[in-house]
Design a protein around this ligand. Sequence first.
Ligand code: APR
Length: 275
Amino acid sequence: MLDPPVRELLRHTRGLVLWLTGAGISAESGIPTFRGKEGYWRVGSQNYQPEEMATMRAFREMPDEIWAWYLYRRSVCRSAQPNAAHRALARAEQRAGDDFLLVTQNVDGLHVRAGNTLDRTYQIHGNIDFMRCSRECLEAPVSVPDAIDVRWEKGRPLGERERELLRCPSCGAAGRPHVLWFDESYDEPNFRFQSSIEAARLASLVIVVGTTGGTSLPMHIGTIAAQRGVPMLVVNPEPNPFSELVRRTGKGAFLPGTAGELVPLLVNALLSGEG
Ligand code: APR
């Protein structure tokens, strides 16, 4: 049940609602969160943390192992299904049209699989089902080839066949996962950086779901909203830097709880104010 002031806020919101999601929204689909218990990854005799694996540096040093890690994670994402929170956001877009925008840090593709459109879904950290040229010769990412097994067990090594399949289809250089790595920067063509900032400057309400706020663009969006005095609703089982912003500005609310439980309620309350 939502508190009456939150319901009122949602019912009276007009204009753009910016939803910002992180790994927590997919937790109830069975995809481990980043800073949760996913744990290390073993390459040979060495253990690596996700923050070390998700770098261009690691890809340069051990491309096959990094690809194998992504193919395993792709396999986890492919076998997961969108949950009640994803489905509610698809419904929200269908009803709100251009007054809806979704900025997601998730590479799992579940928002799009639930029905959100790519025009209104900015995948600011990429999508694990896609790859691009490591020399950046392609204008847009391409799908990881269908011939690559979608079931990829943890620890399965990359073979010669996959190495060939994962080449850039245009120039033949190595392909790379279409994700943003820790030692890389956001940009517009791949990650909708400027468009996300622009949306934060226009939004009437920002709703943040399931993120620790550990990356820069999401925090930038939260800070812009706070500076503009725009209300922010924060859905998370635990407080985070976004709930701290809400506490400081007094605009919006921190809603402790899970995405699957709260996002459908928020969407229902928003849609009840339509027209
Ligand atoms: N509903 C809502 N939130 C949840 C749920 C749930 N069922 N379960 C967990 N959470 C919250 C956690 O409390 C935590 O705040 O989701 C958040 C997940 O945080 P992270 O694992 O840090 O994921 P995220 O914030 O999306 O990470 C951001 O960092 O590692 C990089 O690029 C990677 O996109 C990722 C980015």
